[in-house]
Design a protein around this ligand. Structure first.
Ligand code: ADP
Ligand code: ADP
Length: 234
């Protein structure tokens, strides 16, 4: 059974007369698969991500993750968006630890194993080149560094599903390509199922096993291509 099952999902913002942002989107993602969704601005990519993340209820259709109907953000999901949204009054380490504090059952685990989780946060930060920045505040870091920290925050609770909505969109091409390699390393190590939204086809082909193309009007999945080069696996 696929790990993520999106069946005939539609989304209309603002009632019957509102914008149809997504129409009959159907998509299955296998456990451990990395799928990229590409398409022009406004085609419904972010809407699809919000529905699968449980941040917004769909108007029609069903979303099932790990056999569970998504009706709220599930604790097994990690998310990172274009805007790093780090809390300015918290250190980088405390920002990375945040998902553990706000969602059960992670809260309970955090109380029992704070030292282990803190070690894990440090390890993730080191993996993306942020060793030594744990005690700094977001304003003390560059945009790219904040983006990397937000990726660590998405990974701290070992998510089985990683939802990435343009996580590198605001970065220059050098920083971005550097982060691709770091994300690939993370995926080889932790093997999450990943759905990545991007408007960068090169990024999609570099990272994903499968690329979906969405059309702008009105929010449909148009085509699907398996990336011909298998990604390295361990
Ligand atoms: P993408 O991520 O591909 O740029 P979105 O999913 O953000 O696309 O948007 C799809 C469509 O839905 C667009 O026409 C957008 O204007 C509309 N839309 C997105 N979010 C909202 C919202 N909160 N309220 C009303 N309309 C929205
Ligand atoms: P970005 O493209 O990530 O926004 P910047 O041009 O701001 O990058 O910074 C480039 C590099 O300079 C960063 O990747 C980092 O190694 C270093 N750097 C930036 N800000 C700081 C800081 N506050 N303290 C230490 N090093 C920094």
């Amino acid at each position: 059974r696929p790990f993520v099952e999106i069946d005939q999902v539609s989304m209309r913002y603002g009632g019957a007369e509102g914008t149809l942002a997504l129409r009959d989107a159907t998509l299955s993602v296998a456990r451990g698969e990395f799928v990229a969704v590409v398409g022009p601005s406004g085609c419904g990519k972010s809407t699809l991500m919000k529905l699968v993340s449980g941040l917004w209820p769909s108007s029609a259709g069903s979303v099932i993750v790990g056999g569970q109907e998504v009706d709220r953000p599930l604790p097994m999901v990690g998310m990172a968006f274009q805007n790093p949204t780090l809390l300015p009054w918290r250190t980088i380490l405390a920002n990375v630890m945040l998902p553990l504090e706000v969602v059960e059952p992670h809260r309970r685990r955090l109380r029992a194993e704070r030292a282990a989780y803190e070690a894990k946060a440090r390890q993730l930060l080191a993996m993306v080149g942020l060793a030594g920045f744990e005690g700094k505040y977001p304003y003390q870091l560059s945009g790219g560094m904040q983006q990397r920290a937000s990726l660590c925050r998405a990974l701290i609770h070992d998510p089985q599903l990683l939802m990435l909505d343009e996580p590198f969109g605001a970065l220059d091409i050098f920083t971005r390509e550097d982060l691709w390699a770091q994300l690939q390393e993370v995926c080889l190590t932790l093997k999450p199922t990943v759905i990545l939204v991007t408007h960068d086809l090169k990024e999609a082909v570099y990272l994903a096993d499968r690329v979906l193309v969405m059309s702008s009007r009105p929010g449909r999945i148009l085509a699907e291509r398996r990336v011909p080069f298998p990604r390295p696996r361990r």
